[in-house]
Design a protein around this ligand. Structure first.
Ligand code: G
Ligand code: G
Ligand code: NA
Ligand code: MN
Length: 253
């Protein structure tokens, strides 16, 4: 309860911030996207990880207000970058399954319009739990978002309980291989087999594939060999504040 009220306070007192972690093309070595990640700058406790407060927000329903703030802030930032004549790759925003109701497409469209942001400037990352719930209603909402011109990515792939066969029911253009399978590459046989299976399947389904949590050159080499499209991880950059991300882009990385 304490954390909930502090989090509510944080929301209205500008203690929340978005950091941006680049996604790098394995082919060109260039930044081709970024994931926006929430940070809580607590006046006493310092930087609080979303790993701590997102679960609380999910439980209490506060995630709806947080999620709305994240989308608003990402669009505001994208429009600021555009006004500064920065050529920006798509910015991905994480969506909680709880945000996925029939009003979502309209809410997203309103935020995009308010900031004059094109729908292909913002990607949406969803988790497997949403697919498991995979009702026709969820599919219909996804289809509406895609019809608006937005791309959907499936986050943390491999950690949930969705079957591979059912992936093709959903209009998802990108799969993100969860960090837990990347850690053991290229030495753990099981991780290699899982990564290979995910990439092969994604290629068959014509989906882009992003590897998360890439920390070593050996992991990158293995993922390149597999035909993975993009990587995200400390090897290239940690999540950084907006100004730092813009500077990386200007340097033409
Ligand atoms: O940045 P970090 O690795 O500490 O994030 C921990 C978890 O919090 C990750 O699973 C990440 O997806 C989640 N997270 C970060 N930002 C957001 C956000 O804006 N919305 C939601 N729903 N989850 C987020
Ligand atoms: O669940 P999600 O994939 O959205 O979580 C992303 C989280 O992973 C972010 O909080 C980010 O800080 C963290 N992260 C990103 N790259 C790396 C990495 O290379 N290694 C580790 N250990 N964590 C990472
Ligand atoms: Na992720
Ligand atoms: Mn994510």
């Amino acid at each position: 309860l304490r954390m909930e009220s502090e989090l509510r306070h944080a929301l209205v007192n500008n203690q929340l911030q978005l950091y941006y972690q680049p996604k790098v093309s394995l082919r060109s070595g260039r930044i081709v996207g970024a994931e926006a990640l929430l940070r809580w700058k607590h006046p006493v406790r310092g930087l609080v990880s979303p790993g701590v407060f997102i679960p609380v927000a999910e439980e209490t329903g506060l995630i709806l207000d947080l999620g709305a703030w994240v989308l608003e802030e990402a669009c505001r930032q994208v429009s600021e970058w555009r006004d500064a004549n920065l050529i920006m790759p798509p910015i991905a925003v994480n969506l909680s399954a709880r945000q996925f109701d029939s009003g979502l497409p309209q809410r997203v469209a309103e935020v995009l319009e308010r900031h004059h942001v094109q729908p292909d400037q913002i990607n949406l990352e969803i988790t497997e739990s949403l697919l498991v719930r995979g009702t026709d209603k969820v599919i219909a909402i996804m289809n509406q978002l895609v019809a608006m011109g937005m791309a959907l990515a499936l986050d943390d792939f491999g950690t949930g309980y969705s079957s591979l066969a059912y992936l093709k029911k959903f209009p998802i253009s990108t799969l993100k291989i969860d960090r837990s399978f990347v850690i053991g590459l290229p030495y753990e046989e099981n991780d290699c087999a899982i990564a290979r299976a995910i990439v092969t399947m994604a290629q068959q389904l014509r989906q882009e594939i992003v590897a998360e949590g890439v920390e070593t050159a050996e992991q990158m080499a293995f993922l390149r060999e597999l035909g993975c499209d993009q990587l995200q991880g400390y090897l290239f950059s940690q999540p950084v504040p907006a100004a730092e991300f813009a500077a990386m882009l200007r340097e033409g990385k």
